[in-house]
Design a protein around this ligand. Structure first.
Ligand code: ACM
Length: 257
């Protein structure tokens, strides 16, 4: 299976440009799974709830519909970040779209910095099966909570899809550890550029079980990258004849007393 990402610089507030750019860049990519950055259709740096309200969409909004069409045409599983509206509530969400027409939405659980002014946090992680493999989703700052990837891995995720708008430089290295301890594949799709004074760090990354970096992108260039993986490798949690990283867990020993 070929998995990949699109790293680009969204234009704040220009959903038409951003969605077209995402589709253009991904069209040339030879991949069955494609991850785009967090808040990819809107841009990241909101300055008021009014701005969020003006750009947010429901999970059947125009950006999702366009990306759904693309998913079908490309026959690829697509994940991209968008500002979600649900009644009077707003979420920093990721849409998961399959070419078969399924739509799932993950709402970011761990909000970063001023996101807390504009979005409500999500409340749960989920996994889903597509073409025989199990996938999980997390968004950007979720990386700093080991529980996020651990939860997805314990739920059976073989490949973790990770739209991001990273501003700190640590996530890519942390993903090496996450993939050592959970033995999963992960795709971190980051954005580049500076928006309203905030600089994003690029260097999108695809990491394999054991913490092997399959690809790390540039810090400053737009790029679309795919690599071939065998997701079955993520089912193997033993590291020697005596240690299985999941079977050796002892939740009773982790109980806070
Ligand atoms: C982040 O969660 N966008 C840093």
């Amino acid at each position: 299976m070929k998995i990949g990402y699109v790293q680009f610089k969204p234009k704040f507030g220009d959903k038409e440009y951003n969605v077209s750019k995402m589709i253009d860049m991904a069209s040339a990519l030879d991949a069955q799974v494609i991850v785009f950055p967090e808040l990819a259709n809107t841009g990241y740096v909101f300055r008021s709830k009014g701005e969020v309200a003006a750009l947010a969409e429901s999970s059947d909004g125009p950006s999702i519909r366009k990306m759904q069409e693309f998913s079908k045409k490309k026959q690829a599983l697509i994940t991209f970040g968008f500002a979600e509206r649900d009644g009077d509530s707003f979420y920093n969400s990721a849409a998961v779209l399959t070419p078969e027409g399924q739509v799932r939405v993950y709402r970011k659980v761990h909000l970063f910095n001023e996101e807390k002014l504009y979005f409500q946090r999500g409340e749960k992680f989920f996994t889903f099966t597509w073409r025989g493999f199990v996938f999980g989703v997390m968004i950007c700052f979720d990386w700093i909570f080991p529980e996020a990837m651990r939860t997805l891995a314990l739920m059976g995720a073989q490949v973790v899809l990770h739209p991001a708008n990273l501003v700190l430089p640590y996530c890519q290295d942390a993903m090496i550890t996450r993939c050592i301890e959970n033995r999963v594949f992960e795709i971190t799709a980051n954005r580049i550029g500076t928006e309203r004074g905030l600089k994003f760090t690029g260097a999108s990354q695809i990491t394999a079980p054991g913490g092997v970096i399959l690809y790390r992108g540039t810090r400053t260039k737009e790029e679309a990258v795919a690599v071939e993986i065998d997701p079955e490798l993520a089912l193997q949690k033993s590291i020697n004849n005596f240690n299985d990283l999941f079977k050796d867990r002892l939740p009773i020993a982790y109980k806070l007393s």
